[in-house]
Unconditional design. Structure first.
Length: 257
């Protein structure tokens, strides 16, 4: 069933090209660990965990350190006991949803989208929740709505609206939205603009953007200097996300898979 497009809520403001290219060069706050503070390596979901009690994204290094201190059954950030099972976890999420926490609303949407935590897949509900999360400022909500509209997934396709959602998130440092804008410009044949977008997202640590620039270089759409600069920016982002604690955690969690 298609979600009704007109119920999408307020459309993000248009942004100028100057604003779009001069803003969003720093990672959004939610992509840094609230305990140790450095940015979390991209993709964030692979190197961290979302604590459903407080909706904080905690890096694997801090999660392992908490476990080693004997606090493995408690949230590493707020010390709430770890929920026992899907129902308990969902109850914590709903508590945060009732408090209008945009990240909790976006998380609840994902459970309806994937059919997780005892929910049946419900695209109409997903659409409502992502719209609410985006209205409250959640950038993942904007990115996901952008994808729905741009590709016409379960809504009437509206490419321009999808791009507006991505632009709104990109100027606030959302790597996936910036990457999506780069791919759009590449598809449109605007290769120089595409390179600019992809260089920004690669500098935020997005490996897919680095690979896209490499491909564009091989096809003659990006210069050798642009590729070299992008590679350097990506490697700097990786270095910023490293810490001895995180390296230990990476070895530990990879070994326990």
């Amino acid at each position: 069933p298609q979600a009704p497009g007109p119920a999408a809520g307020p459309l993000p403001d248009t942004v100028t090209e100057e604003e779009l290219m001069s803003s969003g060069h720093e990672l959004l706050e939610g992509h840094t660990c609230p305990l140790c503070c450095p940015p979390i390596e991209q993709p964030v979901g692979k190197h961290s965990s979302l604590e459903t009690c407080c909706m904080k994204i905690v890096c694997d290094g801090c999660l392992l350190a908490s476990r080693q201190r004997g606090m493995g059954n408690f949230c590493a950030f707020c010390r709430t006991p770890t929920p026992d099972g899907d129902a308990a976890r969902l109850a914590l999420v709903r508590k945060r949803v009732d408090a209008k926490d945009p990240k909790a609303i976006e998380f609840l949407a994902s459970t309806y989208y994937c059919g997780n935590d005892g929910h049946q897949q419900d695209i109409h509900r997903v659409f409502e929740l992502w719209t609410e999360a985006a209205r409250l400022g959640d950038l993942d909500g904007h990115f996901n709505l952008g994808c729905m509209y741009y590709f016409g997934k379960n809504v009437e396709q509206d490419v321009a609206r999808g791009i507006r959602h991505w632009q709104h998130a990109a100027i606030q440092g959302h790597p996936d939205s910036r990457h999506a804008l780069g791919l759009h410009e590449c598809d449109e044949g605007n290769h120089e603009l595409a390179v600019q977008h992809l260089m920004i997202s690669a500098n935020l640590g997005d490996e897919d953007s680095l690979n896209e620039i490499k491909e564009m270089f091989m096809e003659g759409h990006a210069t050798k200097a642009q590729y070299a600069e992008t590679l350097k920016g990506y490697q700097n982002a990786l270095e910023e996300a490293k810490s001895p604690q995180r390296e230990v955690a990476k070895a530990f969690f990879n070994g326990s898979d």
